[in-house]
Ligand binder design. Structure first.
Ligand code: SAM
Length: 221
């Protein structure tokens, strides 16, 4: 079994695979076609969910994990006075996120290399945690959610998305293929994802399957 964490940390994969992914997401027209073809998902809904980062009040603290190439980060308004922590297991992705922040004029972002299940943050440290399109790339998404919930303050919000199995056979085949090469972790279903959110003490506010991309907003009790 390929270790998905090694794949994402691998500099060759970071230089090629992750860059291609980020380049696609950087081009909304191409991303729209790719999202529809690969996952049956409407990328406009995906991007709209990420806009939660520019709805938070000044003084709040945000953890964006995995930041990847900064797809969510670039939606932050440069004048927002928030503490924004961008974390990822991959140095290449953190460098890509840093370049994006510089290009978009977003100052003061903290970049942290970390595995989701070993976070160097205190309990209840963040008002908002965003985890878009990453849980399916992790070896244990349930443990990842529990870890993200730990660093969220009571009343704080976890918003994110995850590719889930069980929506259609053709997407399940892609999930399986990506898991085989170590880009995805083990497949999970929408029901499992909802169970992990509940187990982590998160009350579900929104949950919808956008094609095979489950999008959710949940609040820590
Ligand atoms: C498909 S990208 C998604 C990134 C970004 N949030 C987005 O919406 O495009 C998945 C990211 O998960 C990161 N990742 C994979 N396993 C991780 C782990 N165990 N802990 C932290 N980040 C991880 C990868 O390095 C990669 O940047």
């Amino acid at each position: 079994m390929v270790d998905v964490r090694q794949v994402w940390r691998n500099p060759v994969f970071g230089a090629i695979g992750a860059r291609v992914y980020d380049a696609v997401l950087d081009r909304p027209a191409i991303a729209r076609r790719a999202g529809r073809a690969m996952w049956g998902c409407d990328t406009d809904l995906m991007y709209a969910a990420m806009d939660i980062v520019n709805e938070i009040p000044g003084g709040a603290s945000v953890l964006d994990l995995p930041v990847g190439g900064g797809v969510t980060l670039r939606r932050l308004d440069p004048v927002q006075k928030v503490r924004y922590v961008a974390a990822d297991i991959s140095d290449d992705q953190l460098s890509a996120a840093r370049r994006i922040a510089e290009r978009h004029g977003v100052p003061g972002v903290e970049y942290v290399r970390a595995d989701v299940v070993d976070l160097p943050f205190s309990d209840d440290e963040f008002d908002l945690v965003v985890t878009f399109a990453g849980l399916h790339c992790m070896p244990d998404p349930g443990a990842a959610i529990a870890s993200l919930a730990r660093v969220l303050r009571p009343g704080g919000t976890l918003a994110g998305s995850c590719v889930v199995a069980g929506v259609a056979t053709r997407y399940d085949r892609q999930i399986q293929a990506l898991a085989t090469v170590g880009v995805f972790g083990p497949a999970s279903t929408a029901e499992e994802l909802q169970g992990w959110l509940a187990d982590a003490g998160l009350r579900r506010d929104e949950f919808e399957c956008n094609g095979s991309l489950a999008q959710f907003v949940a609040v820590k009790s």
